[in-house]
Design a protein around this ligand. Sequence first.
Ligand code: FE
Length: 130
Amino acid sequence: MNDKPSDTKNQKTLSAEQHRVLNEKGTERAFASPLNDEKREGVYACAACGTQLFTSEHKYDSGSGWPSFYAPIEDSALGQTTDHDIGYARTEVHCAKCGGHMGHVFPDGPKPTGLRFCVNGASLEFKAKD
Ligand code: FE
């Protein structure tokens, strides 16, 4: 598993905030991302490398202030690590292709998976369906 993006030279141009989140496992402020309220149909790609990671089909309003999904576009799209950054174990999720940090997954999501992928909007690029 990657602690850091393995191929940062292929990353798109990132804002300072995107770099902090994607490459340094930062967390954006709750309710900071316009993608938290995004309700259109479409696909959410890794903001660093463009790989499609989530779709609107699995997005829901968790009330957390971060874009939330109950599943990724496919299981292989994401990699996982365990972090103890805030004193207890959490499962960190990142883009399997470039290693860019997405957020965390928690076991308190809705059916059918029961999972909540809590994702930084700064890590995502939304492409609305035409
Ligand atoms: Fe990526």
